[in-house]
Design a protein around this ligand. Structure first.
Ligand code: SF4
Length: 367
């Protein structure tokens, strides 16, 4: 068949340098990756690996694990060896765990210079160990743990303060001729966060890890992250993303994936084009859309399925999609590639759509 057209993105990707994170790449022309963080105790190797397997299945590209104690550090070699996706150790306070994580075979280490005392003294050693092991780093600046000196200077974590901190920490590594790092400047306020990343992207070609920190429970956090990431990604800023939700990490992966798909930064899979319903609807659109979504969950081909409540926009949207239904008078007109293939009673709409979707998906190469 015809090759699929290259999907349009809003803006060209900003040029950043490419760094290696284990078996994957971040920055440059590497696809924008989705990250999350495990919520298990890292020392509990089996539970952590089990969660990583679930995250991998959900489409997570890179996973980060916390390492607050020696027991957690001791678990890193087994986790790094058995994880299907690159593992990043997340280190605060204790530089000794940075070295432990590098020795453990982690793909990368996230360091937060803001809460490592006398960080400047440790940079040379960290840079050498990381370089020798082929491990990359993330300089993770966070509003909640801004370097006290900058807190004093700016009074609060302003975009300027976050960027100054990041650029200073980057320069320390660069002085040691170490360049394999990405940077994040997270804040819980999307406005501050957007300004910080925009500013930072003007200052260097570091790959950027986007995050709205402490974004909140699922609904609020999803909106905050989608808004902030959307604003930046639409300008070509951002090389890897982490959605932070007070919800299970698999939800973070789903949201992150959906954000990238919405901007054509990752191939779209199943897409339900359903109408919001209105006073004209002649069918329960919410129920229909939910049932079709549930019936087609996990589909890996880019199938657009339109679910429309009436005949106003119904046939038009249904025609644009691979498959669709426009409802009216207790019946559903089923469209495939613009053609009405049959009209079924309302009670048969869901099963007919699912049957047809499966058939088309098989033709498209769904395993
Ligand atoms: Fe309303 Fe029909 Fe549009 Fe749905 S398709 S929102 S029911 S006019």
């Amino acid at each position: 068949g015809m090759p699929a057209p290259v999907p349009q993105t809003v803006a060209p990707r900003r040029k950043t340098r490419k760094i290696k994170v284990g078996s994957t790449w971040v920055g440059g022309d590497a696809p924008i990756s989705v990250q999350t963080m495990t919520t298990t105790k890292t020392a509990d190797i089996n539970s952590t690996l089990q969660q990583i397997a679930e995250l991998t299945a959900a489409g997570c590209d890179i996973v980060r694990v916390a390492c607050p104690t020696q027991d957690d550090a001791d678990a890193l070699p087994a986790i790094a060896a058995k994880s299907q996706i690159p593992v990043i150790a997340d280190i605060h306070f204790q530089p000794k765990y940075v070295f432990a994580a590098i020795d453990a075979g982690c793909a990368a280490v996230r360091v937060n210079p803001g809460n490592i005392k006398k960080f400047d003294d440790k940079v040379g050693e960290i840079a050498k160990a990381a370089k020798d092991a082929g491990v990359s780093l993330r300089i993770g600046v966070n509003a909640g743990s801004l370097d006290p000196r900058l807190y004093e200077k700016y009074g609060k974590p302003t975009p300027e303060a976050l960027v100054e901190s990041a650029v200073w920490e980057a320069s320390l590594f660069e002085e040691h001729d170490f360049h394999d790092f990405k940077i994040s400047v997270k804040h819980n306020d999307p406005v501050v966060m957007i300004q910080a990343y925009e500013m930072l992207s003007e200052r260097g070609d570091w790959p950027l890890h986007l995050g709205v920190t402490e974004a909140g429970p699922a609904f609020q956090g999803t909106i905050k992250s989608a808004t902030a990431f959307g604003a930046l990604l639409a300008k070509g800023i951002g090389d890897t993303i982490r959605v932070s939700l007070s919800a299970p990490p698999v939800e973070e992966v789903k949201v992150g994936t959906q954000i990238l798909q919405s901007l054509n930064l990752r191939p779209r899979k199943l897409e339900i084009v359903s109408c919001p319903s209105c006073g004209r609807a002649q069918v329960d659109v919410y129920k229909l859309a939910d049932e079709v979504t549930a019936g087609l969950e996990g589909m890996t081909v880019p199938l657009r399925v339109a679910v429309m409540g009436c005949v106003v926009n119904g046939p038009g949207e249904a025609r644009e999609a691979d498959l669709g239904v426009a409802s009216g008078n207790g019946k559903g007109q089923i469209f495939v590639k613009g053609e009405v293939i049959k009209t079924v009673p309302e009670s048969k709409i869901v099963e007919t759509l699912i049957e047809e979707a499966m058939r088309i998906a098989e033709e498209m190469g769904e395993p």
